[in-house]
Design a protein around this ligand. Structure first.
Ligand SMILES: C[C@@]1(CC(=O)O)c2cc3[nH]c(cc4nc(cc5[nH]c(cc(n2)[C@H]1CCC(=O)O)[C@@](C)(CC(=O)O)[C@@H]5CCC(=O)O)C(CC(=O)O)=C4CCC(=O)O)c(CCC(=O)O)c3CC(=O)O
Ligand SMILES: NC(=O)C1=CN([C@@H]2O[C@H](COP(=O)(O)OP(=O)(O)OC[C@H]3O[C@@H](n4cnc5c(N)ncnc54)[C@H](O)[C@@H]3O)[C@@H](O)[C@H]2O)C=CC1
Length: 151
């Protein structure tokens, strides 16, 4: 996978998250903390997402993925693990839309990174899709190094 590292301003942009499991919840939290407006499309969602929905912090469309739900999305996050949903996303995506294939990187054009915010810096770690858990371990290693430096 060849990728260009960028920092994305997603504030007030519509992000449609397809799927409502723990992975969808993780991506949703990241998007919300960057100021994005999230709609989750899934027949069932985790307690955490249900709480966010009850608080009015996200919109929940209690349904399977359908092309109409994707039309106005600035970014679509595919996190259902459903081949059917993945194929709808692939077929109905508009040329300019950002697609994150959390459950199938091949259908996407953007990927999340493991991120540290330290002082005025944001450090993002990517393994170019090769080993995401290595990105996580590297993040913890760096965090420890930075914490030691502070003491
Ligand atoms: C391509 C990408 C697309 C995207 O999600 O954007 C992607 C894809 C996939 N991840 C999978 C597995 C796991 N991913 C994690 C963790 C993270 N994954 C993240 C990013 C990315 N994951 C993007 C590339 C990033 C890069 O290039 O390095 C992180 C960094 C950021 C985040 O998620 O926000 C976050 C760490 C967050 C942190 O701690 O900061 C863990 C560990 C855990 O969850 O504890 C596991 C389980 C262990 C394992 O299998 O390694 C699978 C296989 C699923 C299966 O086999 O069923 C796929 C799909 C596939 O590869 O087919
Ligand atoms: N990118 C990443 O960081 C990681 C990705 N994964 C992958 O992400 C996917 C999701 O993982 P989990 O959240 O653990 O899965 P899960 O099985 O717990 O949740 C799936 C969710 O998708 C919904 N769903 C099922 N069919 C749907 C459809 N047609 N349309 C819309 N929603 C639908 C379900 O109702 C449920 O809410 C899996 O494919 C998994 O392999 C797993 C680990 C890390």
């Amino acid at each position: 996978m060849r990728l260009l590292p960028l920092s994305l301003d997603i504030s007030q942009k519509t992000v449609v998250v397809v799927g409502g499991g723990p992975i969808a919840a993780r991506k949703t939290e990241k998007v919300l903390s960057a100021g994005g407006i999230v709609t989750v499309v899934a027949p069932q969602i985790t307690e955490k997402l249900e709480h966010l929905s009850n608080e009015g912090k996200i919109k929940w469309v209690k349904d399977v993925c359908r092309p109409a739900y994707l039309v106005h999305a600035f970014m679509i996050i595919s996190a259902s693990g459903s081949k059917e949903a993945q194929s709808i996303i692939q077929r109905s995506a508009q040329p300019g839309q950002l697609i994150n294939g959390a459950d199938n990187p091949a259908i996407g054009n953007v990927a999340f990174t493991a991120t540290i915010e330290h002082e005025d810096c944001m450090i993002s770690i990517s393994t170019l899709g090769k080993d995401p858990s290595l990105a996580k371990r590297m993040k913890h290693k760096l965090q420890k190094m930075l914490n030691k430096e502070e003491k």
